[in-house]
Structure formats: structure tokens, C-alpha cells
Design a protein around this ligand. Structure first.
Ligand SMILES: [Zn+2]
Length: 446
């Protein structure tokens, strides 16, 4: 399997640290507002990665942090006149609910900043003791001059960054690029530390949590492209100093989601919350849309694109349900699968696409190919074993893509309706066929 590694800027063969295991970490939410569909892109993509490794037989240890202390949370708490903990709880619940509605597999662990404060203070303290960080008037900064590789992940040159940073220079810093590890403050919730009351900086969180949860280097560290710099660069800098490694063997970054070719942001007022959207459209169609573009490319959300995904999703669902109808008897008889060469070839193309840096766009083309092939099989009336083979293939594909296709038990009335619909289509009685299709769709059979 090839994975594009941002750190080395090339596709590399995936080799797990431990056989049959994948240690994967993604930067989680700062829980101060409702997650929007742009935030859902990394969640959905890494869910596919998780599922594909599961399909291949790997055991995936999947961890994501929760930033439950942050200036934005404190400001929101002041605004809503509640505690920071209440804000964090409310928006974390919303995040988890959205993940569930999107049929994302749960994380194995979700460590919170507030529950790892001692470890973070110890870590910062150790950086100061070793000379990688320094304290000034209650703040602690990381000394980026200590890291020769600084800029490697994001492809930035320190000299250029320094010019930019000097404009907004903080006189307390030795170097304008030094970043904050501990911030002195008396606003909102604070913790005691060797440098006085304050709060830790964001960049230390993930380094500390990864070390705590995985006890060493991990396979995959992921997040959105916008986290490459400075967040991930700063994570790596701290880890190189303290642990002598760059945290992960593969750094994966997911491109942005735009809305009608514009950046989606609160200030532009064009934010779509996840729950609001999937109350209106099938979560599966949303998933299909989100995975229809390669993860490293930007994706553009438009009404037209989502309508198209809904139509395509309808075709997949109908085919799936038709196969189930064909197999009602076959399953009872425990029919043996009979390989269908055309479908086997499409499954091969499907996995080949995913093995090539998770090319979901090409994988979806293979999935559509199977739908087409099944429709051909229906017209040709093949054996039940062949239907079963097609169904198993479709089930594997839809599992990997995370579509929620629970087998629907049909009532005898629904089955009769379906048979009448097939008969009407065969007899080319289109008026009747259309009427029956509408009724079947209303019953969610097709
Ligand atoms: Zn992080």
C-alpha cells in the first residue's frame, strides 16, 4: 500500500511498526462550537482509512484528542455565562453525535487536555531543563533554533518565516518564531505551574497524548492541511527534542472543503453544520460526496454536487436492496457463492485504487461498475450463488466506504409490490412501473 507522506513529500510503501497493527492519531476538535461540514472531511476520510485497514485484517488503534481548554472556549463560556467545562461538554457531545450520525467508527480513546494537565506541565518543565525552552515573566517559549529540521513538514524555510514573523514581533521572545508552551493568564480557568498560573499552549497537547497513549512513535498522524503549519511543525519540533523522532512514520493531510468555491468560515456567514445538513439529506449521500474527491485535493460543496451524490446513492441503495430480494431464498438454502469474473475484477480495481494513496475517487468508479454489473445480472437471470457473490462484494465495498446499509426485512406486501414493479418493467408498462417505483421509494425499499 502506498501512502503520500507529507514529511518526505512522496508516496511510500506502508510498513507498520508492529505487525498487523496500525497506530493512528488525528488532531481532534476544539470544542467551542458546532462542527461544520468542513470539519467532517478529515473525520470521514480517516474513518475510511480505519475501515480499510480493518478490512485488510489490521488491528487499528485510533486515538484523537479533545481540546477542552482554549481561548475560544473561555470566550464562549463568558458569552454564554456558563463554565468552560459546560461549553466543552456541550460541543463535544454534538461532535460525537455527528460522528455517530455519519456512521464513523468510534475512536479507541479521546484524551482531554484537562485530564492530562500534569503530564503537559512535566513535559514543558523537561523541555526547559534541557534547554529547549525558556521561561519569561510567567510564559514559556520553545526555542526553535534548537531544531535543525524545523520547516521540514510544511516545506517552509526558517529565514522566510522569520521575516514574516518579525512584523508581529513579541519582544519577550528570543526569536520571533519561538512558540508558546505555557501562557500566563488570569482570564478564565487556569492551572498552577512552576511558572505561575496559566494554561498550556495547543501544540504540546498532541505530543504528550501520543506519548502517553502509544509509548513511542506511531504509524500515521493525520489532520487537515491547515494544521501542517504551525501546529504539526511544532509538534514535531518538541518530539525531536524530547523523544528523538518525528512522532509518526506517515504524516497525512486532508484538503479543504469550500462552499460554492469560497472558504467556509463563520466570519463569511456561510457555515453549514453537520446535523443541519444530514437532517435534510441522507448521511450516506453526504459521505459519497465527501469521498468522491481524492483526500489531498480540495473539495467544493455545491447544491448541484450534493444532488448528484444523492442520485448516485439512490442507485447503490436500490441495487443493494434488489440483491437482498433475490437472495431471500438463497440465504435460507445457504447457497454457495459462485465467483463472477467481472465483479471480481472490479473488486480488484477497487482495492488497487485504495492501495494507491487511498484514491477513493477511482474506488467509487469501481463501485458504480459493480452496480452496473448487478443490473446486467438481473436482466440475464443468473444463479443465486452469483447473486450472493455480488452481494458479498457490494457489502465489502460499502463497509469500507462506511455506508450504513442495514439489511431491510421486507414485509410480504413490500415483496409483492416489488414483484409487481419488476413485472411492469418487463411488460414495458411505464406508467404502472413509475407509480410502483414511487410507492417502493416511499417505503424505502428501493
Ligand atoms: Zn495535534
Amino acid at each position: 500500500m502506498l501512502i503520500y507522506n507529507t514529511y518526505t513529500r512522496q508516496k511510500e510503501e506502508f510498513k507498520p511498526i508492529e505487525e498487523n497493527k496500525v497506530k493512528m492519531y488525528i488532531c481532534g476538535p476544539t470544542v467551542y462550537n458546532y462542527v461544520h461540514i468542513g470539519n467532517a472531511r478529515p473525520v470521514l476520510f480517516f474513518d475510511l482509512v480505519h475501515r480499510y485497514f480493518n478490512y485488510l485484517g489490521y488491528e487499528v488503534d485510533y486515538v484523537s484528542n479533545v481540546t477542552d481548554v482554549d481561548d475560544k472556549i473561555i470566550n464562549r463560556a463568558i458569552e454564554e455565562e456558563v463554565t468552560e467545562a459546560e461549553i466543552a461538554k456541550k460541543y463535544l457531545e454534538y461532535f460525537l453525535e455527528c460522528n455517530q450520525l455519519l456512521n464513523a467508527l468510534p475512536f479507541n480513546k479521546m484524551p482531554k487536555v484537562t485530564e492530562n494537565m500534569e503530564e503537559m506541565i512535566d513535559f514543558i518543565h523537561a523541555l526547559v531543563e534541557r534547554g529547549y525552552a525558556y521561561a519569561v515573566e510567567g510564559d514559556v517559549y520553545f526555542r526553535i533554533d534548537k531544531v535543525r529540521e524545523y520547516g521540514q513538514l510544511s516545506g517552509k524555510r526558517i529565514e522566510e518565516l522569520e521575516v514574516g514573523a518579525r512584523i508581529a514581533e513579541d519582544s519577550k521572545k528570543e526569536n520571533p518564531l519561538d512558540f508558546v508552551l505555557w501562557k500566563k493568564t488570569d482570564k478564565g480557568i487556569t492551572w498552577d505551574s512552576p511558572w505561575g498560573a496559566g494554561r498550556p499552549g495547543w501544540h504540546t497537547e498532541c505530543v504528550v497524548m501520543i506519548q502517553k497513549e502509544f509509548k513511542g512513535k506511531i504509524d500515521i498522524h493525520g489532520g487537515g492541511t491547515d494544521l501542517q503549519f504551525p501546529h504539526h511543525e511544532n509538534e514535531i519540533a518538541q518530539s525531536l527534542c524530547m523523544h528523538g523522532h518525528s512522532i509518526a512514520n506517515y504524516w497525512m493531510h486532508v484538503g479543504r472543503l469550500g462552499l460554492n468555491n469560497e472558504k467556509m468560515s463563520k466570519s463569511l456567514g456561510n457555515v453549514i453544520n453537520v446535523k443541519d445538513l444530514i437532517e435534510k439529506i441522507d448521511a450516506n449521500a453526504f459521505r459519497l460526496f465527501m469521498l468522491s474527491v481524492h483526500y489531498r485535493q480540495p473539495i467544493n460543496y455545491t447544491e448541484e454536487n450534493i444532488q448528484l451524490a444523492m442520485k448516485e446513492w439512490q442507485k447503490i441503495k436500490t441495487t443493494f436492496n434488489q440483491l437482498h430480494l433475490k437472495l431471500d431464498v438463497a440465504e435460507a438454502l445457504d447457497v454457495k457463492e459462485e465467483k463472477v469474473d467481472a465483479i471480481a475484477a472490479l473488486m480488484q480495481q477497487f482495492t488497487d485504487a485504495l492501495e494507491d494513496d487511498f484514491n477513493t475517487s477511482n474506488a467509487i468508479t469501481s463501485l458504480y461498475g459493480v452496480v452496473k454489473e448487478v443490473n446486467k445480472m438481473m436482466r440475464a437471470k443468473v444463479s443465486e450463488g452469483a447473486y450472493k457473490y455480488a452481494l458479498m462484494t457490494l457489502q465489502n465495498m460499502t463497509y469500507i466506504f462506511g455506508f450504513d446499509l442495514k439489511k431491510k426485512r421486507l414485509t410480504s406486501e413490500e415483496r409483492d409490490l416489488f414483484k409487481s414493479w419488476e413485472a411492469a418493467r418487463k411488460a414495458k408498462d411505464f406508467t404502472q412501473a413509475d407509480a410502483l417505483r414511487e410507492r417502493l421509494q416511499a417505503l424505502n425499499v428501493i
